[in-house]
Design a protein around this ligand. Sequence first.
Ligand code: AMP
Length: 532
Amino acid sequence: MRGQMMNFPLTIPSILEHAAANTPDQEIVSVEADGSRTRLNFADLALCAARAGRFMLDLGIAPGARVATLAWNTHRHLALYYAVPGIGAVCHTINPRLDPKTIVHIAAEAGDVALFFDADFLDLARALRDQVPSLRHFVLLGGADAHPVADWPDLLHFDDAVAVAPPLSAWPAVAEDQASGLCYTSGTTGNPKGVLYSHRSTVLHALVCGLPGNLNIRETDAVVPVVPMFHVNAWGLPYLCMLAGARLVLPRNRLDGASLAALFNEEGVTLSVGVPTIWLGLAEFMRASGTTLPRLERLMVGGAALSRNLIAHFEERHGIEILQGWGMTETSPVCTIGTLRPAEAALPQGEKAALKLRQGRPLYGVRLKIADGTEAPGLTPGELLVHGAWIASGYYNRDGSDFQSRWLATGDIAQIEPGNRLLLTDRAKDLIKSGGEWISSAWLEELAMQVDGVESAAAIAVPDATWGERPMLIVKTEVGAAVTDSAIVAHLSGSLAKWQVPRRIVFVDAFPLGATGKILKTELRRRHGASA
Ligand code: AMP
């Protein structure tokens, strides 16, 4: 027998409508390029999004069209988070830290029709204009007075366009399973893959992440998404905070310890989320300056493993609760959160810290298992598989061969401990994660082997106190070839962003090989892995 409940599509505009109706006066604080802070409220944001929606429809942006952003965490980007899916288009957030060639590749593959960009990315926008034929509209996120661009006559300016566009009186109907967002995984060899979120997956992810046992976000919270809005929808916070009626404080790209501490204290921030590298920088600033953060209640760490020293600094020294989450671009991203259960919270600090170093327990809506294992906890590590309501079932524009079953293979090696707690132990994918951003080992190796005289190359991750990991390149040259490390670095720099280029290159006479003749990276890590 079918239930008799109404069908209420779980769509992104429904979050905006709810927020504007119920908490219209809740504040959004947005840091501008000059450090000043723009203040608006949820009603203003809803109006700005409705005007931006009209402006995009008038440009001819159709349902399903991909609209790209190259932007920091600001209120303008937030308006696009709602306006683009609101008109049925797909908000394609591009990571500006990738090298320009990869960005051009991503925009072309996505078939983006419009690009909204911060003034910082003007040169990149010009490169995209010249190299991506599908891109027809370019909109600078600011006003023409502050950002005149004399040599680009048909460039549009967001602030001026939304000031004159009449607001849409209602959002067009959109089905909950329609695509709302697109984000490329930056992890694979010069060949990033797009993950296409739906309205429904985005709403469910936000709803569950906000639950009391998870992030517990309330109207009394002031939340800073330090994680960039080009990284997996800033882990859903721009949607979750408006759904929960929480104050949203957007830091742009001012993420150094001093700027964050000032923002947190001046705006009474209670919760922030980001990668460990950011929190290490904040901890260092606090130690050096003696600054405390009396209003900050909790931090969530994800994207890379939480370390014991972060727990010691924030939780044990300053009483700021620290939570770890695990997820990926393909998983919206949050799949687990490490909230302690009441009995665990009563344990001695050392035992609590040990639990917090685990990646957490799966949220409602997500299942985890170890490859070839059962969903029941067991202590044998293997590849982690996930299934759930906000997990990708394929990649954008691909044939589906990456997804063979109803489980997504994550490339992470893990075990599921008693209590259903996830513990990551290794990584099967050949990638290096530095400061929360990926560097592909295979891509580094391929580029190194393009250098005359290089016979073979292997890239490994080596631990780094600040960045988590840094790449190291190990090279074997052809007999008699005189290859210098500066020649390799120069070649790599032509195709990689600066932060992706290894600081140190080690030359060897021979590589350790496994039974099948493959380079044994485990052995390389053992031999060279102590320092970058
Ligand atoms: P991305 O797709 O860029 O969000 O990266 C996802 C990957 O980051 C995961 O597959 C893991 O390898 C890594 N990762 C994410 N969260 C954690 C965590 N809490 N601990 C360790 N690694 C993590």
